[in-house]
Design a protein around this ligand. Structure first.
Ligand SMILES: NC(=O)c1ccc[n+]([C@@H]2O[C@H](COP(=O)([O-])OP(=O)(O)OC[C@H]3O[C@@H](n4cnc5c(N)ncnc54)[C@H](O)[C@@H]3O)[C@@H](O)[C@H]2O)c1
Ligand SMILES: [Zn+2]
Length: 462
């Protein structure tokens, strides 16, 4: 009672594109009477029996939903066992004083007396702990928990406890990151049975040869897991190894770049490149855990940070919140939660996940035309300009100019146009783009006249 579960639950459901069910409302609707009246008429045992029945119906309904359970629902053993088997259960952490201030003086039968309210909270606390798969304090925290993403300064030092399972661990780091953060990760995994491997730094890790070397060097069985320590290149190839080795083993992503923590490490897309074609071989393989420790970013070179900031601005525009104004740890948390929500909603990239391509059709065309010598962040900054100009959002254009200071790319216009037309989003004739109706209101698959797209692309080129 008073945890805010209805407000948070409704917001989480909206972020996940799922139904929201408030168990108390459902009970009132089914019984055709208010909770207080049901309590008075049937007594607590009668009410609990009804509550259990309704909870059973809601939890058995195949259609995925976000459910706010009444505070007493977990008193039922049957409900607890159904939660264990059918739900991801999050305990919404709230201090009892706040809960009392919210719940008091309403018509809730068990929130009439402060001492009794606190006693009830104390009695039930062990049951809440028992059913909870995770704990959270707010909407972002809940989405992160549901996606298995742990964001915390210094989290790297708890790696031993954060990597799920008890089995042996293969730690794979890029050679550069291994030299900076490898020992710290090793120490943190200390009590576990750990073997360490290295892959080349950057995009050079995403090749069939590196993947094959990884396969050959792994010695874990199905009970073991891989831990990827590095940027998006490392998590992409290690995730691909985890997806395929022994037909799939668990893996943990420990992204060490801003791109990795706000984007690449989250969502379960794994891939390697083939000559001339990026990300064409891979699988969807959701990491069992993602550990984002913003303190690891202290050693990140400025260019790499700028790449990440472009994705932060993209995310803020999609979310409709100026996330680029936050300090780095909060930026990471908010962006990671946003991506987690979108990917949970659309794990296999068939709909909502499209929005994450905002600005990227242009960015990919410019990168290809530059022979991949143009850093991704610079290309995305330019791509965002084009998408926002086509969206008619002049204030947002100014944000991109102020925060990312994009510089026109020195590439051949016809080569860039040819690359854009080849892009898979253009399959159906005129290019299909992600545009914004307003910040926070993306629309994808928008068909835009080729001449307008060409003009927007040309404006990005020096
Ligand atoms: N799977 C996805 O959903 C997804 C999303 C976005 C991007 N990606 C992929 O991510 C890749 C790009 O990853 P990235 O931008 O994270 O960079 P990266 O992994 O290519 O690393 C870039 C450089 O930064 C260094 N580095 C990493 N962490 C460091 C640290 N803490 N301190 C100092 N140096 C550090 C690396 O050694 C490397 O030299 C691309 O291949 C892209 O396709 C994947
Ligand atoms: Zn990107």
């Amino acid at each position: 009672m008073g945890s805010g579960k209805t407000t948070v639950g409704r917001a989480v459901a909206a972020r996940l594109g799922r139904r929201f069910v408030d168990l108390d409302d459902e009970i009132e609707a089914r019984a055709g009477a208010a909770i207080a009246d049901l309590f008075a008429a049937r007594g607590e045992p009668g009410f609990r029996a009804l509550e259990e029945e309704v909870a059973h119906g809601v939890l058995r309904d195949g259609d995925p939903a976000v459910v706010a359970l009444g505070g007493g629902a977990v008193l039922s053993e049957r409900t607890r066992s159904e939660l264990a088997g059918r739900a991801f259960t999050v305990l919404l952490d709230v201090d009892p004083e706040t809960a009392w201030l919210r719940a008091a003086h309403g018509d809730r039968p068990l929130a009439q007396d402060e001492d009794a309210f606190h006693a009830l909270h104390r009695d039930r606390q062990p049951l809440y702990e028992h059913v909870a798969d995770a704990r959270a304090r707010d909407v972002d925290g809940l989405l992160l928990a549901a996606a298995g993403v742990h964001v915390e300064l210094g989290a790297i030092d708890d790696l031993g406890g954060l990597v799920p399972g008890e089995g042996p661990v293969e730690l794979v780091a890029d050679t550069h990151v291994a030299g900076i953060h490898g020992i710290r990760a090793q120490v943190a995994l200390g009590a576990r049975d750990v073997e360490q491997h290295e892959v080349p730094a950057g995009e050079a890790a995403k090749t069939p040869a590196v993947l094959e070397r990884l396969w050959a060097s792994l010695r874990i069985g199905r009970d073991g897991s891989l831990v990827a320590l590095g940027g998006g290149s490392t998590t992409d190839v290690v995730g691909a190894a985890a997806a395929t080795y022994m037909r799939g083993v668990a893996w943990t992503a420990v992204p060490t770049t801003l791109v990795g923590q706000v984007d690449a490490g989250i969502g379960g897309k794994t891939a390697i490149d083939l000559p001339g074609a990026k990300n064409v071989v891979g699988a969807f393989h959701w990491p069992a855990r993602v550990v984002c420790d913003p303190s690891l970013l202290a050693t990140l070179p400025d260019d790499e940070r700028r790449n990440g900031l472009a994705e932060v601005v993209k995310t803020g525009l999609l979310a409709g919140r100026p996330l680029w104004e936050l300090g780095e740890p909060d930026q990471v948390r908010a962006c990671a939660a946003f991506k987690a929500g979108v990917c949970l909603q659309d794990p296999y990239d068939r709909g909502a996940r499209n929005q994450l391509n905002l600005g990227h059709t242009f960015a990919h065309a410019l990168e290809a035309a530059a022979g991949y010598a143009l850093p991704h962040g610079r290309a995305v900054a330019l791509g965002l300009l084009a998408a926002l100009r086509l969206s008619g959002l002049h204030d947002a254009v100014r944000v991109v100019e102020d925060v990312l200071a994009p510089e026109r790319a020195r590439v051949d216009r016809d080569t860039a146009w040819a690359a854009l037309a080849r892009d898979k989003k253009a399959e159906l004739g005129s290019p299909r783009l992600v545009l914004l109706d307003a910040p926070g209101e993306p629309r994808w698959g928008v068909e835009v006249a080729a001449s307008d797209v060409r003009r927007a692309l040309d404006e990005l080129i020096a």
